[in-house]
Design a protein around this ligand. Structure first.
Ligand SMILES: [Zn+2]
Length: 135
């Protein structure tokens, strides 16, 4: 039986000529390092390894870190509100807000979650990241 090896890299772009840092065993480690370095992407490698220990297939998937620079600012909170049913939540990081939104849109098909950030002493500002939050 072949098995799969998975590891993660932090990287600064999805271009051919990119800086990569790693590997890491978990996504959390790679993400932490990426944020430290100011990198905006994670790269997930999957190696399909045969019984003989040979790599039969390599797959890699890029993941964009959402709002990487924004999440690092202190005093900023993130707010999600579903434009369809009105369910809302507050989050400490943009990442958590995005996960909430993904889960909500997954559980309620055709609901549209909007994402906002609020800096200390300021009002809500809608974040449009090209993923349809602002639609
Ligand atoms: Zn909803």
């Amino acid at each position: 039986m072949a098995h799969k090896d998975i590891f993660w890299m932090a990287c600064d772009s999805t271009e051919q000529l990119r800086a990569e840092y790693g590997p890491f065993h978990t996504r959390e480690e790679a993400e932490e390092e990426a944020r430290k370095l100011g990198f905006g992407y994670l790269l997930r490698y999957e190696h399909l390894v045969s019984d003989e220990g040979e790599i039969e297939e390599v797959r890699c998937v890029f993941l964009e870190l959402s709002n990487a620079p924004v999440a690092a600012r202190s005093g900023v909170t993130f707010h999600t509100r579903c434009a369809t049913c009105g369910e809302a939540a507050a989050h400490e990081t943009g990442w958590q807000a995005e996960v909430w939104s993904d889960i909500h849109e997954f559980e309620h098909s055709r609901h549209k979650v909007r994402l906002f950030e609020r800096a200390r002493g300021e009002g809500l500002r809608e974040i449009s990241d090209g993923r349809g939050f602002a639609a």
